[in-house]
Design a protein around this ligand. Sequence first.
Ligand code: IYR
Length: 226
Amino acid sequence: MTKAPLFQPLDFDRLSPTEQIRRSDEFLGRMLKRRSVRHFSSQPVPFELIANAIRAAGSAPSGANQQPWTFVVIGDPDLKRQIRRAAEAEEKESYERRMSQEWLEALAPLGTDWRKPHIEDAPYVIVVFRQAYGIGQDEAGKKKRVMHYYSEESVGIAVGFLLAALHIAGLATLTHTPSPMKFLARILDRPANERPYVLIPVGYPAAEARVPAISKKSLDEIMLTR
Ligand code: IYR
């Protein structure tokens, strides 16, 4: 049975042109200061900032509004230690055997290696899971698979919102994708429909944090107008 759509008035703030450009410039200025951080302080972070950022991520558009995501927030030192160990084991294998010379060369400017101390140093690690399908019920109340549409794109957009929200809240993040990531589903005891998508250490940068001297492409290089 298909549901009839139910509509309500749009709550939209129509801004003056000055206010539009002011906000646009302000947001751009802040976003341009975001960097991926690999050296974290263990200083605690108010949990409300994490919760708000996940609320913002959860507001992202998604295929058929299915919201195919789960955000696991890990503050427990023992769990962080387990995740670090498992991530480092996979990463050591990747850096030493699995990654091609071309890949290693592409990464060289970032100065990364298999060691992932930030997973334990950061006060929180957020692991984002993509729900490849949903779990619903048939008429008899039996569990059945619910098809999810565009879950890759949807989770990617939500993670973009999450990274922006954490940054705007004055926190540093790293988008980390240890590969393969299956160990995350096991350690965090997630159901079979959930696939690890990304692991994000969150916190304040260490006082001595340094970042690679790299730059972003200019507008000319990324935008075409027709
Ligand atoms: N997952 C590894 C390697 C790595 C891969 C890419 I592509 C990066 O942009 C950065 C790192 C790691 O996290 O070290």
